[in-house]
Design a binder for this molecule. Structure first.
Ligand SMILES: [Zn+2]
Length: 73
């Protein structure tokens, strides 16, 4: 059974700031440029916990966010 991230990711919100989440290769990334948290996806399950999150650098975040924005545009 697979998890349909494309359908679900748009419904998820960052637990830290309430922004929408961007689906990256193996993580969900907060869309808020002031927050930039990355939540890992382990065994197909997004870990939406502050303790599991990594704060991305601006460069890391913008490369992930811009890929997604280009896809949507
Ligand atoms: Zn956030």
């Amino acid at each position: 059974m697979t998890f349909d991230f494309d359908a679900v990711a748009t419904l998820l919100k960052c637990p830290g700031c309430g922004a929408s989440l961007i689906l990256a290769e193996n993580s969900l990334v907060c869309a808020n440029p002031e927050h930039r948290f990355s939540f890992p996806i382990l065994n197909g399950i997004p870990q939406l916990l502050a303790e599991e999150a990594l704060e991305l650098s601006v460069d890391e975040w913008s490369s992930l966010a811009s890929v997604d924005l280009n896809k949507q545009g």
